[in-house]
Design a protein around this ligand. Structure first.
Ligand code: NAD
Ligand code: TYD
Length: 382
């Protein structure tokens, strides 16, 4: 029998980022009796315009803070009497981690540790201690390392989900399981792996009620345009080159961001303490193939002739240590908690491309840097 935990004051870190903003929106709208506190430092990746539609709701509060700042996090957890944490704040871009690994260790490792410690101290001070509490850490499949491309042309995926069509392809016979040994390669994945270990250590050592999930690549609205899909949509719109790393034959497993947010909601409320769940849609794509789908969709929606923007494809020097293939086995989450992706990939990518084309102002505010003024406008100068 699964128990459904109800909490009152939920701290969501990194809620101004891509996935975090979808999680904040879902919780604020779905749980009017919860107080959702969005804690975000507003780095280059944080954009409060992602939350314009809910920013004035009575059950929502934004707090600008750095998760590394232990004293500040101690103060916030006490002030808002936090019962549940959904921790998404992180440095998240692999290419940046290759150039600046220290920032990744600072935020992802030290920040997660500071958050764990501050929350632990606050919960330890309460009469009920950890009863009814949750510390849910959002991680990535990249901690498992890279899988082999054993079937370059793809083989039918050994699983069916609502999201997979009959001819769904997988590019190998191996998948990441919850029991797969950690083997991170990039500074980003090494920092996330380390943070996952700290979260589990706080359960194993102190009995903190933690949960960790590892998700595959997300796509959808509000993703910062340094990541493949929004970057390429924007470059096609401006007729700019599309930099494909190496030969474009690396494989990623793509999940629509709202399906990730739904999984987070389910696991936060019904997941087993100290457990791990993998989240993914059995939706593997070679980079070059997904790029062609993006080009086709953008060209169609812009009224360009088919194949018009393929000339923008530019093969460039490969990413250092570029992981070949990621593929998540999410059957545990499907069978234990009944989650499944809601969208076919074709629908998800159409929805995504349309969103970026319909929200050009959102994109332009990022590329001009205008978005960084939104916090002052909303929270300081009123
Ligand atoms: P993102 O880069 O879009 O957003 C990160 C957010 O964290 C930003 O709002 C940023 O301002 C905030 N932040 C960064 N450093 C901070 C600090 N020191 N203190 C407080 N806030 C800080 O990231 P995302 O793509 O939304 O990813 C969210 C989480 O999900 C990350 O933990 C990431 O590792 C994980 N994840 C991402 C994906 C993906 O495909 N994007 C897949 C699996 C897991
Ligand atoms: P990205 O969106 O950065 O996510 P991740 O590195 O976490 O998987 O990249 C997705 C894939 O696309 C990855 O294999 C790297 C590749 N890529 C390019 O080929 N060109 C680009 O400009 C970017 C940003 C990524």
């Amino acid at each position: 029998m699964l128990t459904y935990i109800r909490m009152r004051n939920i701290l969501i870190t990194g809620g101004a980022g891509f996935i975090g903003s979808h999680v904040v929106r879902l919780f604020v709208n779905k749980y009017p009796d919860y107080h959702i506190i969005n804690l975000d430092k507003l780095t280059y990746a944080g954009n409060l315009a992602n939350l314009k539609d809910i920013e004035n709701k009575p059950n929502y509060t934004f707090v600008k803070a750095d998760i590394v700042d232990l004293d500040e996090i101690r103060r916030i957890t006490r002030e808002y009497q936090i019962d549940g944490i959904i921790h998404l704040a992180a440095e998240s871009h692999v290419d940046r981690s290759i150039k600046d690994p220290f920032t990744f260790a600072r935020t992802n490792v030290m920040g997660t540790l500071a958050l764990l410690q501050a929350v632990k101290e606050y919960w330890d001070s309460l009469p009920e201690k950890y009863e009814g509490k949750r510390f849910y850490h959002i991680s990535t499949d990249e901690v498992y390392g890279a899988l082999e491309l054993t079937h370059p042309e793809g083989v039918p995926a050994p699983f069916t989900t609502k999201a997979s069509s009959e001819d769904e392809m997988a590019y190998g016979t191996e998948f990441f399981l919850e029991t797969t040994k950690y083997n991170p390669h990039s500074p980003y994945s090494a920092s996330k792996a380390s943070s996952d270990h700290f979260v589990r250590a706080y359960h194993d050592t102190y009995g903190m009620p933690t949960i960790v999930t590892n998700c595959s690549n997300n796509y959808g609205p509000y993703q910062f345009p340094e990541k493949l899909i929004p970057l390429f949509i924007n470059n096609i719109r401006h007729g700019k080159p599309l930099p494909v790393y190496g030969k474009g034959d690396n494989v990623r497993d793509w999940l629509f961001v709202e399906d990730h947010a739904r999984a987070i909601d389910l696991i936060f409320h019904k997941g087993k303490i100290a457990d791990t769940y993998n989240i993914g849609g059995f939706n593997e794509w070679k980079n070059i193939d997904i790029i062609k789908v993006i080009i086709k969709t953008v060209d169609r929606l812009l009224g360009n002739p088919e194949g018009y923007s393929e000339k923008l494809i530019t093969f460039v020097t490969d990413r250092l240590g570029h992981d070949m293939r990621y593929a998540i086995d999410s059957r545990k989450l499907q069978s234990e908690l009944g989650w499944e992706p809601s969208l076919q990939f074709e629908e998800g990518i159409e929805k995504t491309v349309r969103w970026y084309l319909d929200n050009q102002e959102w994109m332009d505010n990022i590329t001009t840097g205008e978005y960084e003024k939104y916090y002052d406008y909303m929270y300081k100068n009123r």
